[in-house]
Design a protein around this ligand. Structure first.
Ligand SMILES: Nc1ncnc2c1ncn2[C@@H]1O[C@H](COP(=O)(O)OP(=O)(O)O)[C@@H](O)[C@H]1O
Ligand SMILES: [Mg+2]
Length: 233
């Protein structure tokens, strides 16, 4: 079946059903707006398995997601979405760009968790935006944005607890949402060590893509470790 889109981490294929797509997870890894490129052996399988498990969990807790079923080790069947070009980031602990931009020490627990929006544009390097920018660019209606906020907070609460029980501290994560053919907002894309920061609850060790970004070593092993904690537990 035809390839609809190839991104940095996944390929989207059409299926016989116009409302569904096949999402293939690649081993390719990029960081710093694509300036750093590499490959992480086994990442595609790990991220497909991790995403499937987390989407199943969220769906069971009343969060509408695009996930339909696992097709193979690296492929998920998902509802086709018209992706809203706003990445929603939720943060519980200061890290990455938040720590840098606001001068906060990495690891500072945020008394009040934070939501951020980024404009999904490779050309512009995914800039940080606010509600006014979203209105200006007509990326989403105010009602849709309220729904994204509501879902993001709910997902944060659900995932934080689910992961904590598996020894993973959910520091921050990025979500993408989209509209299905009926105009319903569903959680899309992936939830994986590529799109979340996970720190070991006990040691604080980084168990996510920061190991690749910052050349911390044991990259492949980390994806396997996270997969086993989330999927086998
Ligand atoms: N259910 C879906 N239907 C259509 N497109 C989707 C769906 N889920 C994710 N996508 C899109 O698939 C593309 C490929 O993913 P990815 O490789 O992560 O891309 P990117 O390089 O933009 O991060 C992204 O543009 C993402 O928004
Ligand atoms: Mg992506």
């Amino acid at each position: 079946m035809a390839k609809l889109y190839e991104g940095k981490a996944k390929i989207i294929y059409e299926t016989d059903n116009p409302d569904e797509v096949r999402v293939l997870f690649k081993d390719d890894a990029t960081a710093f707006d694509g300036k750093k490129k590499g490959s992480i052996e086994g990442k595609g399988e790990c991220n497909a398995a991790i995403s499937a498990r987390l989407f199943e969990y969220l769906e069971g807790q009343g969060v509408p997601t695009h996930y339909v079923e696992r097709l193979s080790a690296k492929e998920l069947l998902c509802r086709q979405l018209e992706i809203i070009q706003v990445e929603v980031v939720a943060r519980n602990v200061a890290a990455g760009s938040l720590a840098k931009r606001l001068g906060l020490e990495e690891g500072l627990v945020l008394d009040r968790p934070v939501l951020e929006y980024y404009y999904k544009s490779d050309e512009l390097g995914d800039p940080l935006i606010n509600r006014y920018h979203i209105r200006l660019l007509e990326l989403a209606t105010d009602e849709q944005l309220d729904e994204l906020d509501r879902l993001a907070w709910k997902i944060n609460e659900l995932l934080y607890e689910f992961l904590d029980e598996r020894g993973l501290r959910l520091v921050d994560f990025k979500l993408e949402f989209g509209l299905d053919s009926e105009g319903t907002i569903l959680l899309g894309d992936e939830i994986s060590p590529d799109t979340c920061r996970f720190w070991d609850v006990e040691s604080g060790e980084k168990l996510d893509k920061d190991r690749f970004r910052r050349d911390l070593g044991r990259v492949e092993e980390t994806y396997q470790e996270v997969r086993s904690r989330i999927v086998d537990a």
